[in-house]
Design a protein around this ligand. Structure first.
Ligand SMILES: [Zn+2]
Length: 268
């Protein structure tokens, strides 16, 4: 690359950088073309992308998220393609490509990736209802509820205050009747009722999930959803009922609600 100030060829130099990002000081090594005469710095496209990746990986190391290399390594250990990982994590292949090349995943997504890549099947976990978490299935269940209720449960700015209660009943009743929840979601007892654990991170991912990739609902599961929708036609009715459930009231603020409490569910 030549100097834009017409000093001839620039030199490729590696240098230590420190940038503030999301409340942290991120230290990383960047490479730039530098003019030996006027000192001006420039990147070409490849260098720009490499610097962006170095920065993103340094930030991810700082806050203990998996780096792009770690995601690639973990995937290769399982002999998986990017598509295999996308399917397991219930995301589009574009997301996997972006995380591997430098986009920063959320903490919730990082937890999911670690679980999948670590080979730690959570399928018999008391907090996931004997099912791996499926964001696509959460979206599928919310879509089915919306159809039964004739109103949209997942609106654009929704924080899932009510939608999560419909999900909670669906998962708990399904677990009670079939020994398996519907979505693999984990719930916490929050002041406003049972809520998806990490809901603030998950809600974005749920909205982006593709319900077509989810395991279809069984007839029994559909009947459960119909019963819940019939029992709670309004948000207020499910809000009140959930607050009275012992499975909720017996838990401290922030405590996780195990699926084994499903036997205590009274309203459905
Ligand atoms: Zn120059």
């Amino acid at each position: 690359m030549d100097c834009p100030n017409e000093h001839g060829r620039m030199e490729l130099k590696s240098m230590a950088r420190e940038l503030p990002f999301r409340g942290k000081r991120v230290k990383f090594r960047a490479r730039h073309y530098v003019c030996p005469v006027c000192g001006i710095e420039a990147d070409d496209l490849d260098l720009g992308a490499a610097n962006q990746k170095a920065f993103s990986d340094a930030y991810r190391r700082t806050v203990r998220l998996l780096t792009g290399e770690q995601i690639i390594e973990g995937r290769k250990k399982l002999n998986w393609t990017q598509e295999d990982l996308a399917r397991a994590a219930n995301v589009g292949i574009a997301s996997v490509k972006r995380w591997e090349t430098g986009q920063i995943q959320t903490k919730a997504m990082d937890d999911i990736l670690r679980r999948i890549l670590g080979g730690k099947e959570a399928s018999h976990d008391a907090y996931t209802g004997n099912r791996p978490l499926s964001l696509a299935r959460i979206k599928l269940v919310l879509g089915k509820f919306s159809a039964f209720l004739e109103r949209n449960l997942l609106r654009p700015t929704d924080k899932m205050l009510y939608a999560a209660k419909y999900l909670w009943y669906a998962d708990m009743v399904a677990f009670r009747e079939t020994g398996q929840g519907m979505t693999g979601a984990t719930y916490a007892a929050l002041p406003h009722g049972p809520q998806l654990n990490n809901y603030a991170d998950l809600v974005v991912l749920i909205r982006e999930a593709e319900e077509g990739q989810a395991e279809p609902l069984t007839e029994h599961e559909e009947r459960i959803l119909a019963r819940i929708a019939k029992a709670f036609p309004s948000n207020q009715s499910i809000y009140r009922a959930a607050h009275k459930e012992q499975a909720y009231t017996s838990r401290a603020n922030g405590e996780l609600i195990p699926y084994t409490d499903a036997d205590r569910i009274k309203a459905v």
